[in-house]
Design a protein around this ligand. Structure first.
Ligand code: MN
Ligand code: MN
Length: 467
């Protein structure tokens, strides 16, 4: 009786804050998951590092390289890597692939500063490196803050050398200087997009001259240190991919530790939670898929971006290994699929209320965020999800008690953004934008809610079970 009365009371006011629904066991799960997530984004700051980590997690669970298996059957767990920078993982279903797949997609590239191909130079006995920023950034946020260098040198002999400078506590960090306030009278008058200019994002990397060197002795000294450590020569920068990213680990955020502050949460928060949900899926009717792609931040272009035919090719390969490939069946497999295309959303921020429409924006701690549409200026460039599909998702989430919110990215005519959703929708599959809401999107340090991370994994799992 007491229980019934309590339930009736609950019915009166719907709980929308996910923290209020958790019992002690769930709170422990939230903590464990967010600790694992903090490790993930602290260690994986490039698309390559994400792929390497996801593969090692997958292999521990028995996933095998699709290229190395001769045949595939229901229950098999497989992965395929695209040039070290994108990955697709499959749990083969009991139904034939032409019945369609359940696809979780996200991107693993994040805004950063890429080191140019002829980067190293000396000016007034300081050694610097030239960069070209990647993705949309407020450039003034990336100066006067500790940075690390992550990436690879690809050498002429065919070997690849991995680089990480600035993460180990004993490592040095690098960075970009800002102008002292005392001499910033002219700079402070500039508009924010001009305060720091792209060509001025030069990374300071050294100041000791190499003895007995006539020209550019500081540069020579830095080059010698890099050459000795990584076994490379200066020309190897021509075939390098080096990314300057915020140095240091992600952290618990807030006095109540309810949030995470870390670099690259757009969109590794969705990549991590999508992969976790797939890893928890051991058997399925229709084949379950997780695809993590590169290049979303610059338009999903290139061989490793979502517009590449890699995904389509890998589905064809899988069908072939299941002994069930034809061009027509491949087209049906794609058309009959459902997808949660995940990317981060903008959480309501009390410091910037003017850009949000409060009834249709996402909030920290209120669960997964879905956007029927994205785009800007009249939904331009958007995938617009079908309400029939949204209704199915609502049923699935309600059945599994998943917290979710329907949200638009800010007010109409305030801007907007695109995702990979429209690219997969061209196969005529059902796709919706989903994901996790952030504060500080595209800043060096982004903020998410631990409750939303937990709800995302639960939501993706509900999708894989019910759709
Ligand atoms: Mn982004
Ligand atoms: Mn994104």
């Amino acid at each position: 009786m007491a229980e019934k009365a309590k339930n009736q009371k609950k019915d009166k006011k719907e709980i929308t804050n996910a923290w209020l629904k958790y019992n002690a066991k769930q709170l422990k799960e939230v903590d464990q998951l967010s600790d694992e997530y903090i490790d993930f984004i602290s260690e994986c700051k490039t698309e390559r590092e994400c792929v390497d980590k996801i593969v090692s997690m997958a292999e521990k669970l028995g996933y095998k390289d699709l290229a190395k298996v001769k045949k595939a059957k229901a229950g098999d767990r497989l992965y395929a890597i695209n040039k070290g920078k994108a990955i697709v993982l499959f749990v083969v279903g009991t139904e034939p692939l032409e019945k369609g797949m359940k696809i979780l997609g996200a991107h693993i590239d994040s805004p950063r500063l890429d080191i140019k191909q002829n980067p190293l130079y000396e000016d007034t006995e300081l050694a610097l490196m030239e960069t070209h920023y990647y993705g949309g950034i407020k450039k003034y946020q990336w100066v006067a803050t500790p940075m690390a260098i992550h990436g690879v040198f690809c050498k002429k002999d065919g070997t690849t050398v991995k680089v990480v400078i600035g993460e180990d506590p004993s490592d040095p960090v690098v960075g970009i200087s800002d102008l002292l306030i005392h001499l910033a009278q002219d700079q402070m008058e500039k508009k924010a997009s001009k305060v720091i200019e792209g060509e001025d994002l030069n990374v300071l990397v050294g100041s000791i001259p190499l003895k007995d060197t006539e020209k550019d002795a500081v540069k020579a000294n830095v080059m010698k240190l890099i050459a000795d450590k990584y076994g490379i020569e200066e020309k190897d920068f021509l075939s390098a991919e080096l990314e300057v990213v915020p140095a240091g680990r992600a952290r618990h955020y807030g006095i109540d530790k309810s949030m995470v502050m870390g670099y690259g949460q757009d969109d590794r928060i969705c990549a991590f939670t999508s992969a976790k949900a797939l890893f928890n899926c051991t058997s399925t009717d229709r084949t379950a898929v997780c695809i993590l792609v590169d290049k979303e931040e610059i338009g999903s272009v290139g061989a490793t971006g979502m517009t590449s035919v890699f995904f389509e090719n890998m589905v064809a390969e899988l069908m072939d290994k299941c002994g069930d490939y034809s061009e027509l069946k491949l087209r049906r497999a794609l058309q009959n699929s459902h997808m949660l295309s995940s990317d981060v959303n903008a959480a309501y921020d009390p410091n910037y209320p003017s850009v949000m429409e409060k009834k249709n924006c996402s909030y920290l701690g209120k669960g997964m965020a879905f956007s029927k549409f994205t785009g800007s200026r009249g939904k331009s460039g958007s995938n617009d999800a079908n309400p029939e599909f949204i209704a199915k998702l609502r049923a699935a989430f309600d059945k599994h008690n998943v917290f979710y919110q329907m949200a638009e990215l800010g007010k109409v005519d305030q801007g907007g953004g695109g995702t990979i959703a429209y690219i997969m929708a061209k196969y005529n599959m059902e796709v919706i934008d989903s994901g996790v809401a952030l504060h500080n999107m595209h800043a060096p340090w982004e903020v998410s809610s631990k409750a939303d991370i937990y709800e995302a994994v639960n939501g993706y799992e509900a999708f894989l079970k019910e759709i």
